[in-house]
Design a protein around this ligand. Structure first.
Ligand code: HMG
Ligand code: MG
Length: 299
């Protein structure tokens, strides 16, 4: 019982690059976004309006966003941690934002310098104001399947944060396996609990990291549970600067290979996408960790 079509939420330009030590030139980032759009991706997370000292790589958000905001048919969500971030995004005409909560206290502190409840209290007026402006809001929930400081994370704790974000008015949630420890049974259990709590499955996206090689298996489990929005990062770029042991995101190419093999539409041209990741790997000076990019990207 699989979806006919999957919407890929491409996070390479944000989640992928945020951890890069050397500053990637703004024009290279813009070219990356344009090439991703050219490969058929229609939801491309562009950048974050966070504090530039916390994520120096994305300090050029004001310069980057206008360079890519006129791509036809492409939605460009941006991360905002608070009202200041929302105002910066709205000033540039952003029409989609994402707030980012944590299922655990430790990561709320590390990532947002707030307790979990303090961070939810910061998001509440941000989401309300965004909705008043007609802006689409995604709510990320990190550490849904395990936390580097706290270990196992109770499913009920995840559900509490998901419900709080939905009650605020988030249109969509993204369930993050920030450190890549989930396995398919765990994914099914969380989705089943959220279903029981009345969170509609079409408002849920999944965000897997491939630390233990489980990201595709977890994705398939989520699709079988009715999910049809999947986050992925071109070339498998990324990690999270505020989470120990977070390695690359699920590579978009690996995801597309599996989905097309299953007969599921994505709208993505795998050849063009692979060429984009090969080009980006050259910019970064190291090969893509994606198996599909390595298999298809050979000269
Ligand atoms: P703080 O130090 O507590 O900030 O950081 P504050 O509220 O005390 O403000 C201090 C100063 O920062 C003030 O300036 C504010 O105006 C300024 P001052 O008055 O001292 O001159 N400030 C800002 N400046 C620019 N833009 C802003 C902003 N906000 C405050 N938005 C803060 C709190 C939330 C700002 C900080 O912790 C932060 O920026 N965190 C962002 C961390 C981040 O981006 N992490 C990565 C994304 S999450 C992720 O990757 C996981 C995900 O991929 C899913 C998964 O895999 O799980 C989504
Ligand atoms: Mg992530």
């Amino acid at each position: 019982n699989l979806p006919r079509r999957v919407r890929i939420h491409e996070v390479g330009a944000r989640d992928g690059l945020q951890n890069e030590k050397t500053a990637v030139p703004t024009e290279v980032k813009a070219e990356f976004v344009r090439r991703l759009a050219g490969a058929g991706l229609t939801t491309i997370e562009a950048t974050s309006f966070v504090h530039p000292k916390w994520v120096p790589q994305l300090a050029d958000a004001e310069q980057l966003f206008p360079l890519v905001s006129d791509l036809p048919g492409v939605a460009l969500p941006v991360l905002v941690p608070n009202r200041r971030g929302l105002d910066r995004a709205l000033a540039l005409g952003a029409r989609r934002i994402a707030v980012f909560a944590s299922a655990t206290e430790s990561f709320a502190k590390a990532n947002l310098n707030r307790t979990l409840d303090e961070s939810l209290a910061v998001f509440e007026p941000v989401v309300r104001h965004a909705k008043d402006e007609g802006v689409h809001v995604r709510g990320y929930v990190s550490m849904c399947f395990g936390d580097p400081w706290e270990g196992a994370v109770p499913l009920t704790q995840v559900a509490r944060v998901c419900t709080a974000l939905r009650d605020m008015g988030c249109d969509e949630l993204s369930l993050g396996d920030t450190i890549g420890v989930a396995t398919p049974g765990h994914v099914r259990a969380l989705l089943s609990l959220l279903d029981g709590e009345g969170v509609p499955v079409d408002a849920i996206g999944v965000h897997f990291h491939d630390t233990y090689g489980q990201a595709l298996a977890n994705t398939l489990a989520a699709l079988e549970s009715g999910v049809s929005t999947v986050d992925a990062s071109a070339g498998g770029l990324g990690g999270c600067p505020y989470a120990r042991s977070a390695t690359g995101n699920l590579a978009t190419e690996d995801l597309v290979w599996m989905l097309h093999g299953l007969g599921i539409e994505t709208g993505v041209d795998l050849g063009r996408l692979t060429a984009t990741s090969v080009w980006m790997a050259e910019q970064l000076g190291r090969p893509s960790p994606s198996r599909t990019v390595r298999a298809l990207g050979k000269p």
